[in-house]
Design a protein around this ligand. Structure first.
Ligand code: UDP
Ligand code: MG
Length: 154
């Protein structure tokens, strides 16, 4: 079975609004496996590494300031098609387009303070996971319902 890993961040607004449990619960209930998890205040150089593709854009410096302002939660998730699934659960960046039922659709109204980040491709997922996690901070284990989740029962 093809498994992907992806990075999710609960941004400072999500932490300050007490949404950590709600957000992690959504990923867990979907069937994605938490393989890395920590609370940290993002240092400026890591925020810049994470968002380097956006360097030079009008929103860039405010985004860096926001992301480094107070603690965030970093989450590594694993599962079949995890990268695409997590972006679907997060919802669109633009609050006018994020569907109700998605995290952004349910909880955010601003394009910058939009609660969550998620990697958008296998290449970026690998790069972003390396920015946030040492290899010793990522774990391997079985979730008890994996045979049912992934249709591995006989
Ligand atoms: N962002 C912003 N203004 C914009 C577009 C994006 O402040 O016009 C912020 C927003 O917090 C977003 C992040 O920059 O989540 C990265 O933008 P991207 O287009 O990569 O959106 P995402 O992948 O997070 O949906
Ligand atoms: Mg992005």
């Amino acid at each position: 079975m093809e498994q992907e890993k992806t990075l999710v961040l609960i941004k400072p607004d999500g932490v300050q609004r007490g949404l950590i449990g709600e957000i992690i619960g959504r990923f867990e209930r979907k069937g994605l496996k938490l393989v890395g998890l920590k609370l940290l205040q993002l240092p400026c150089h890591k925020a810049e590494e994470l968002y380097f593709p956006h360097q030079g854009k009008a929103f860039y410096s405010y985004l860096i300031q926001f992301m480094t302002s107070t603690p965030i939660v970093a989450i590594a998730l694993q599962g079949r098609n995890a990268i695409e699934l997590v972006r679907l659960l997060n919802g669109a960046t633009d609050p006018a387009e994020s569907e109700p039922g998605s995290i952004r659709g349910d909880f955010s109204i601003d394009v910058t303070h939009n609660i969550v980040h998620a990697s958008d491709s296998p290449k970026n997922a690998q790069r972003e996971l390396e920015v946030l996690f040492d290899s010793s901070e990522l774990f391997e284990y079985q979730r008890i319902e994996e045979p049912i989740l992934h249709r591995l029962t006989t």
